[in-house]
Design a protein around this ligand. Structure first.
Ligand SMILES: [Zn+2]
Ligand SMILES: [Zn+2]
Length: 359
């Protein structure tokens, strides 16, 4: 293979907390099992915002965020068998893993013993160069981490399935949610609204749990059966032991104690947001009901493909607002105020090559 590197452009945060701005960079040379795709849509995840601002303390710069990527194949390496030019494809939160450990072998690449390679802010396993994400015109990814977008799934709305979707679908599958399951969803943002739609799609009875009744109408429109006000002691009492699984999508530090007694015996509360330390939690409801508190990170590649097929079949799509690339800083500010229903998706047709590009 020639060592041809792919010149591209996007939007990057040059340093912690800086506004995103146009950025020219190169993608790695195409390896034999690589797919080059033109990005058509990119979802805007809370992680993008946290990463751009170094909220977790481990960001590298410059960073091109974006790990909800939908596009079209434009070139494939000679050993690529699964894709060809013109295919509609997608990439999520990871772009590589060791491929041989026990977790990778059972399709749980997100749990790779050597650590998976993040779509942005990770290190390429061969060249050690910084990976860059989907707020850009092109991306090069090995075929094992490229998903197929099924016929019939609206490309302009599918992108949030690649992070918000799989992050909530995976625990629903891990804990065998199906017809008759009683599922609670805490928080009704990007992740929460997908948890509601997907749990409904699997046939569960779904309850949104919220501190105030304000979101009741929205919850019902999304398909939930009801909204439980988590600050109302009587309502909590009436719902005790009423849930098999509670998915907690709240993106900041909060108190789990009101929710634990809501779980039935052997019920699980699963945390899917990266919230850091939690408030103190009582062990009593855990012991008395053999209840569990668990965590769950995204999902494997095979399960992500399963999710895309499931959504195409059931006609489940994220609710999104389409923006232009140059509206990203404003979108970040609106996300901080929770002023989005429920995900921003960047239309990459709005991304033009910077005028001062030297190439
Ligand atoms: Zn994400
Ligand atoms: Zn592995």
């Amino acid at each position: 293979m020639a060592s041809f590197r792919y010149k591209t452009f996007g939007y990057a945060a040059p340093s912690a907390g800086a506004r995103l701005k146009p950025f020219c960079f190169e993608r790695r040379a195409l390896r034999p099992n690589d797919v080059t795709m033109e990005i058509l849509y990119a979802g805007v995840c809370h992680s993008d915002l946290h990463w751009a601002r170094n909220d977790w303390g481990w960001s590298n710069y410059p960073v091109v965020p974006g790990h909800e990527i939908v596009g079209r194949v434009i070139e494939v390496g000679p050993k690529v068998t699964r894709f060809r030019a013109g295919d509609h494809v997608a990439v999520g939160c990871m772009v590589d893993s060791c491929q041989h450990c026990d977790q990778c072998r059972r399709g749980e690449e997100q749990l790779c013993r050597e650590g998976n390679t993040m779509t942005y802010g990770g290190l390429d396993r061969i060249t050690q160069e910084l990976t860059q994400g989907g707020y850009s015109k092109h991306v090069v990814v090995r075929q094992e981490f490229v998903l197929r977008v099924p016929e019939g799934l609206d490309l302009s709305r599918a992108a949030p399935l690649l992070c918000a979707g799989i992050t909530t679908y995976s625990p629903l599958r891990t804990w065998n949610v199906g017809p008759g399951s009683r599922v609670g969803v805490i928080g009704l943002g990007g992740l929460g609204h997908m948890a509601v739609k997907l749990a409904c799609g699997l046939g569960a009875q779904v309850t949104v749990m919220s501190r105030t009744p304000d979101k009741r109408a929205d919850a019902l429109v999304l398909g939930a059966d009801r909204l439980l006000v988590s600050t109302d002691p009587d309502a909590l009492m009436q719902s005790a032991n009423g849930f098999d699984l509670i998915i907690d999508t709240v993106p900041n530090k909060h108190d789990l104690n009101p929710y634990l007694p809501l779980l039935d015996v052997d019920g699980t509360l699963v945390i899917v947001g990266q919230v850091g330390p939690l408030d103190e939690m009582s062990s009593v409801p855990l012991l008395l009901g053999r209840r569990r508190v668990a965590g769950s990170p995204i999902g494997g590649i095979a399960q992500t493909q399963e999710l895309l097929e499931f959504c195409a079949r059931k006609n489940i799509l994220p609710e999104s607002e389409t923006i232009r690339m140059d509206q990203i800083n404003e979108a970040f500010e609106r996300m901080e105020r929770s002023d989005v229903r429920y995900r921003f998706v960047i239309d990459m047709a709005s991304l033009t090559e910077p005028a001062d590009a030297t190439s």
